[in-house]
Design a protein. Structure first.
Length: 378
């Protein structure tokens, strides 16, 4: 990892700030613009571009620029396809640094109206599976100095982080479109096996840096960045829990509830105690069972995201024609005007579809009780 090669605390801080800046929910187009702008400012480059590599792996399918306004871009004409020194970065899959483009053997020249550029730094942006998504191209530092090895190391580290953020944006985009449970499960696995592992890697790199000689302010800043990574990992784990699919009917609800409680403990670190009726007394329609399991998933997701709880108690009971699901946590609670969020409103909507309701009782410092009811045979 190039993080280990950054010895200047100020530059390491700048890298951390740059990575935090691109952690955004923006769509992919806006994200690419932000990445190239941030990379350019990171090393003081006058011009920058992010070229997205096409399916053929040899040419550029998209070219996002920084430092060139719309009028000049229109005068320049068509975007480059990835020849010359741009192509060297694509085909080599490694950083390329050139001190004088005019005397570089691989330079393809500039079209009419193109600004004069002298120094060049090209760095791959690699996705989590090792595929080169594209390349960052930076030219001409504003201080007139050529790019040096420290610039290369810095942008290479940023390129790897940018690849992770692009992965996350792509996954979010697919999740909005996908309806098949098999695909949702695959994406959840990718989030866990790839994205979380890369975040762990970044966190470890920062922790290793803490072992070096740093002043107290630098140490505190890096500690805050590590805490932010821990929070992000927890958010991703909660998202994985939320998007998992459930195959449940009236005969296997208890088994799925037990599996879900184990999942919450393993993934989210919350101990769940279950209080369940005899399975013989639990006669439910498939629709009621599915809604009940999803209501519990919504409730536990809210516990993980907002309650800051360490324990939750889940009670399932039969009261005449109604199924009653209760979830009580030992978290911080809430009060008006905060009140129930989107997840709890979704629970209420599910209950009312089945002739029931959902209520919420909470006080600051005393946790929250959610009570969800539905007709067992709708």
């Amino acid at each position: 990892m190039p993080f280990h090669r950054i010895t200047d605390p100020a530059r390491l801080h700048a890298l951390i700030d740059a990575i935090m800046l691109i952690e955004t929910d923006a769509d992919l187009s806006d994200l690419l613009t932000l990445i190239v702008e941030t990379a350019s400012q990171l090393v003081g480059a006058r011009y920058g571009a992010l070229g997205v590599v096409g399916r053929d792996g040899a040419t550029l399918s998209r070219f996002v620029t920084y430092g060139v306004d719309d009028e000049l871009r229109e005068r320049i004409g068509a975007a480059p396809h990835g020849r010359g020194v741009l192509g060297e970065t694509i085909l080599g899959g490694a950083p390329v640094r050139v001190e004088d483009l005019a005397h570089h053997g691989g330079a393809a020249g500039f079209p009419a109206h193109h600004p004069v550029m002298t120094n060049f730094l090209g760095v791959p942006v690699t996705s989590a599976d090792g595929h080169v998504f594209g390349n960052l191209y930076l030219t001409d530092r504003t201080d007139g100095r050529p790019f040096d090895e420290e610039d290369e190391i810095l942008v290479e580290a940023f390129g790897r982080a940018a690849g992770l953020v692009i992965d996350q944006a792509t996954i979010r985009h697919h999740l909005r479109e996908l309806t098949l449970g098999e695909e949702r499960e695959r994406l959840a696995r990718d989030l866990h096996d790839t994205v979380i592992q890369r975040l762990f890697g970044v966190g470890l790199a920062l922790q290793i840096t803490l072992r070096s000689t740093l002043n107290e302010a630098d140490r505190e800043r890096i500690n805050r960045a590590v805490d932010e990574l821990d929070t992000t990992i927890h958010e991703i784990r909660t998202t994985i829990f939320e998007i998992d699919q459930d195959d449940v009917d009236g005969t296997n609800l208890v088994a799925r509830l037990r599996a879900m409680s184990d999942e919450v403990a393993t993934r989210l670190g919350i101990k769940v105690t279950l209080r369940l009726p005899n399975e013989a007394d639990l006669e439910l329609s498939t629709r009621c069972a599915r809604h009940a399991l999803q209501a519990l998933r919504e409730a536990l997701s809210n516990v993980a995201r907002h309650a800051r709880a360490s324990e939750a108690e889940v009670t399932l009971a039969v009261e005449g024609p109604m199924l009653v699901l209760s979830v009580r946590d030992n978290g911080v609670g809430f009060t008006a005007p905060v009140g129930p969020g989107r997840g709890l409103r979704n629970m209420r909507s599910r209950a009312r579809e089945l002739g029931g309701d959902a209520t919420f009782e909470s006080e600051p410092g005393r946790g929250t009780l959610v009570r969800w009811t539905a007709l067992r045979q709708d």
